[in-house]
Design a protein around this ligand. Structure first.
Ligand SMILES: [Zn+2]
Length: 205
């Protein structure tokens, strides 16, 4: 605990004063350009991998970067999406999965979920990934099977994201673009799903 208290001490003494003006601009409002939906995993630090900062990303995180199927009662994820699109009017919604994702590992080895009833229930949302498995990529080494499923999950969740009424409407109006990404922890590289080619390609071309 001491580590994070000391971290905050440094932030308050050094970082905050240097960026005071930026934080003051954000005091009463925000206008993020991006909705970023990703896994709860500690190994993705969005602002670090994207070079963004305060006020840039509106973030929703959960195990498996899930977007539940559209349903009238909604939930925390879809309520966040609705707010980001309808009120904040983000221009881009990015759904980002990652290599070695425990949520997809658990979907393969459901035994691991026997003592975790809530996680087990939540991860039913990733089962659609099995229908969208991607071709094996030799660069993924031993993790190729899992990586193909994780990429499949990005495609499955992307479809759920597009089916959210607020998202569908904004896309139709041309005010929102939706993106599916795969972040590789080992190389630090991002791939994007190319809807026309129907495969993942490097984000950096
Ligand atoms: Zn994950």
């Amino acid at each position: 605990m001491q580590r994070v208290i000391e971290g905050h001490r440094r932030f308050h003494a050094e970082v905050f004063p240097a960026r005071k003006q930026q934080f003051h601009l954000l005091r009463d409002s925000q206008a993020p350009e991006f909705l970023f939906i990703t896994c709860a995993v500690s190994r993705i630090v969005p602002d670090m991998i994207l070079g963004t900062g305060p006020g840039d990303l509106f973030i929703s995180r959960n195990a498996g970067n899930v977007v539940p199927v559209n349903a009238p009662e909604g939930d925390g994820v879809t309520a966040t999406i609705e707010y980001a699109v309808e009120v904040l009017k983000v221009s881009h919604a990015i759904l980002c999965g990652h290599s070695d994702c425990g949520a997809l590992k658990a979907a393969v080895n459901t035994k691991a979920l026997e003592t975790l009833p809530k996680a087990k229930r939540w991860l039913k949302h990733v089962e659609a990934a099995f229908q969208h498995r991607q071709p094996l990529n030799p660069e993924d080494g031993d993790g190729a099977e899992l990586a193909s499923l994780i990429r499949g999950n990005v495609i499955a969740q992307l479809a759920n994201l597009k089916a959210q009424p607020a998202v569908a409407w904004a896309m139709q109006q041309g005010t929102l673009a939706v993106h599916g990404w795969y972040y590789d922890i080992l190389s630090g590289r991002i791939e994007r799903y190319d809807e026309k080619l129907r495969r993942f390609v490097p984000l950096l071309g």
